[in-house]
Design a protein around this ligand. Sequence first.
Ligand code: N01
Length: 529
Amino acid sequence: MTKNSYDVVVVGAGFAGLYMLHNLRNRGFSVKVFEAGGDIGGTWYWNRYPGARCDVESLEYSYQFSDELQQEWVWSERYATQGEILRYAHHVADRFDLRRDIQFDTHIAEMDFDEASNSWKTTTSDGETVVSRFCVMATGCLSSTNIPSIEGRNTFSGGTYHTGNWPHTEPDFTGKKVGIIGTGSSGVQSIPLIAEQAEHLYVFQRTPSYAIPAYNGPYDPEYERERKANYKFYREEAKNSRSGFLLAINEDMAMDVSDAERQAVYEKRWKRGGLTFLGAFNDLLTNKEANDTAADFVRGKIHDVVDDPKIAEKLSPQTVVGCKRMCVDTNYYQTYNRENVTLLDVSEQPIDAITETGIRRGGIEIELDELVFATGFDAMTGALAKINIQGRNKTTLKEKWAEGAKTYLGVAISGFPNLFIITGPGSPSVLANMMPAIEHHVEWISDCINHCRDTNCNRVEASNDAEEAWVAQTNELASHTLFPTCNSWYLGANIPGKPRIFMPYLGFQRYLAACEEIVNEGYKGFSLS
Ligand code: N01
């Protein structure tokens, strides 16, 4: 007979689910992990589009819970490819013998809390049920793909793809007319490579992105040796930062220095490449005047690279830099100098419809053989919303979050006892380096479950008051920044009808301190019974 009762059920076998399993298992808990994909890896299992890479440096985008692991794994490049990151995930799963507790190709349909027994019943879409005292949602922040409802969407007769659900057999675009909708990070990474293969690539851009060159390349062995020798120091430094990675934020204010000094700082950051550009000055995300100087600098770089000034202008964002996540690119702007690439501005002239043979825009049909959606995700809440989660008093999470996601610490939800989320809305998650953010949550949740076992408690639940105060604080922190000024997925603004509420908690170090304090004060804001 199959076992159907566990201490903990974990949903998702990406980096969060894998470490959750390992950590709980080490503490003697019985754990069952369900994964919708055919294998481990989460984001890196699904996002296998051409050019998919991490925009955080490899030596930082990796687990630190095992020193042997971090010493033995050798990253080949500054920014690892999707394939290399997935190989790393496989190495972790093999090293810690994780697969035996993971059930693949399994979607979770329903989760119901039973108040009498203080346990959850989890039901798969095949009708299999398991019971557990605790559930941990490791379902990811960017895992529920968004395909916009453009008229005629399902009538296209060629191949259609979403970057976040890319086929395992690589499509061959050779000799094909390809259309791509979307110019966020996924579009920016895939467009240069698709353009190299396709006969012609049509890019449908609604809002241009700011992209900073990656200057990717192999790691200098000496740099890697030094980093690894001092990993403890660098990991601590990152924890004591705003974002969980080594952005090296310049404490100067942009408007306190001369124009020439400012330009020199931007130039230096630009030459280093990557997201550290945003750390050029301390006030880039709080002072619009300061931000404008960074925006002007990037726009100038776009004009330097793109031959046709009209195309350069269309590619130049007018929004706040960093308000949407910046992209890290390789040859993105250069791609628009190719003769087989056409940029179509759909903010000026929207798409009328997708047709059987292409895309109609302004009454003119652009014939396509293949269509790629690089249109992003229903971020942070989308994957949870797909599961019918029913807490106390038969209230569903969908009902609870109808006006916007509310959590305590981004980890727990009032009315949903014994349920935890890894990197949920209300935690730094997507505005931090995901790996330390995940590890911190896993360890915090595991400590909490362990504490419950030690103190014979059967139910852990966030109080409504603590949750309200946390949501207010999350919004308050965002209100002092420029983040709420654009229609980003951080606000849910990319999904029609989604309540507009700033979801990530700003400040990694501040967040870690808050979580620690809550534990030190006897799990303040939680009731344990
Ligand atoms: O998605 P996005 P993404 N008609 O939401 C456009 C992470 N990530 O998959 O801005 C026309 O950023 C939309 O236009 P607009 C990273 O955190 C990381 O690219 O809404 N266009 C936008 O251009 C990132 O931020 C890496 O006007 C439509 C695009 O689609 C996050 O994932 C790599 C449209 C969506 O951009 C999401 O990135 C990849 C419509 N109806 C992703 N609807 C790394 O490097 C949407 N768009 C680690």
